[in-house]
Design a binder for this molecule. Structure first.
Ligand SMILES: *Cc1c(COP(=O)(O)O)cnc(C)c1O
Length: 358
């Protein structure tokens, strides 16, 4: 029986993605070869990556002057690639938790980093708003959704300098005004497909501002990947295949608008249950609460029930609730393929647990 999957990443994927990828593992189209065997230079694979690029552009309404790349290395490699290519003197970052801190750490290898806003003072339980963006930096970097702490910004910022966003865990969960960013990137495994592929959306004009007089290895330059259509080296073929299946599924569901509607409904069910349930509460301030990663903690005096609740949930076929090891508590990650039914099962589980333990 399929479980109710609330894993933070890799994420739950749609049935159609799983079924079509499974078929392609046996045979891709009628090529007589598996997606695991076929040449990345073949027309069969070219059609897959072309379709993924076109669907991504269509679903997210990506303007003409942007390139779409599917690379390896994860979002973590982008943390370094961005400052390697674009940090000339100073970059500004917003620190909203673990992933932003990691991005900041890499940027500090290449130049001056100013943290212009941070939620560290309150353990990253809110998303800083209304911060002033200086005009004298090379770029601003934000993490739009904080996978571990469960905070999210739903606004595409107005900025005097280029904005780069790590959208690993909220990409495709709402419409985005891509023109307000010079770059959007992320690991695919939170909302775009399985792990192994990294998506990069980069504005052509911005890419051309990359530092010329710095020694940068070929694989770490954006134009290498733009010029070769993400095939300078062998791309992660099956991961891109599954990512394409995910995009096809999103489009068939009604695109990012439909995904946003579902996300609001799912998150609403959980946050209202926290308000009602005497055992659980959200640690995140209203107004900053993520729709994708929903942490919850015990109300005062109830944390002795931790293991009992995880077992209670496991008996109901619910997996992935354990909070990140750095935070504790629980986290329900409700990415695009997460259904209202999955969430209803979890809500019912919390209600039944409360009834037995009040
Ligand atoms: C998971 C995650 C990352 C790291 O992604 P990798 O692909 O594992 O390198 C970076 N940023 C955010 C917001 C994430 O959720």
């Amino acid at each position: 029986m399929r479980k109710h999957i609330f894993n933070a990443g890799p994420c739950k994927l749609s049935d159609s993605c799983l079924e079509n990828t499974a078929k392609a593992v046996i045979e891709l189209n009628n090529s007589g070869q598996s997606i695991l065997e076929v040449s990345h230079r073949s027309k069969d694979f070219q059609a897959v990556i072309d379709e993924a690029t076109a669907l991504f552009k269509e679903c997210l309404n990506i303007p003409e002057n942007y390139h779409v790349l599917f690379l390896g290395g994860g979002a973590s490699t982008q943390f370094a690639m961005i400052p390697f290519n674009f940090l000339k003197k100073k970059a500004v970052y917003v620190n909203t938790g673990t992933w932003s801190s990691k991005a900041i750490k890499e940027a500090q290898l290449f130049g001056e980093v100013e943290v212009i806003a941070s939620s560290e003072d309150k353990k990253h339980t809110y998303y800083p708003k209304g911060f002033k963006i200086p005009a004298d930096a090379d770029y601003l970097h934000i993490t739009s959704n904080n996978t571990i702490r469960g905070t999210e910004i739903f606004e595409d910022l107005d900025s005097p300098i280029p904005v780069i966003a790590d959208m690993s865990s909220d990409i495709m969960s709402r419409p985005v005004d891509v023109s307000k960013y010079v770059m959007i990137y992320g690991g695919a495994q939170k909302n775009m497909g399985p792990s192994g592929a990294t998506f990069v959306i980069i504005q052509d004009e911005f890419m051309k501002t990359a530092i010329k007089d710095r020694v940068i290895p070929t694989m770490l330059k954006y134009d290498t990947h733009v010029d070769s259509g993400s095939m300078y080296n062998t791309p992660p073929c099956i991961n891109i295949f599954a990512l394409n299946e995910t995009l096809k599924w999103v489009k068939a569901q009604g695109g990012v608008e439909a995904m946003e509607k579902l996300a609001i409904e799912r998150a609403g069910l959980l946050y209202s249950e926290f308000d009602r349930n005497s055992l659980f509460k959200s640690p995140v301030e209203p107004g900053s609460r993520s729709r994708m990663n929903i942490p919850f903690v015990w109300t005062e005096g109830n944390d002795g029930l931790q293991d009992a609740f995880l077992k209670f949930a496991a008996d109901r076929n619910i997996v992935g609730l354990k909070g990140h090891r750095s935070v504790g508590g629980f986290r329900a990650s409700t990415y695009n393929a997460s259904t209202i039914e999955d969430v209803n099962v979890l809500v019912k589980c919390m209600q039944d647990f409360e009834a037995e333990n009040k």
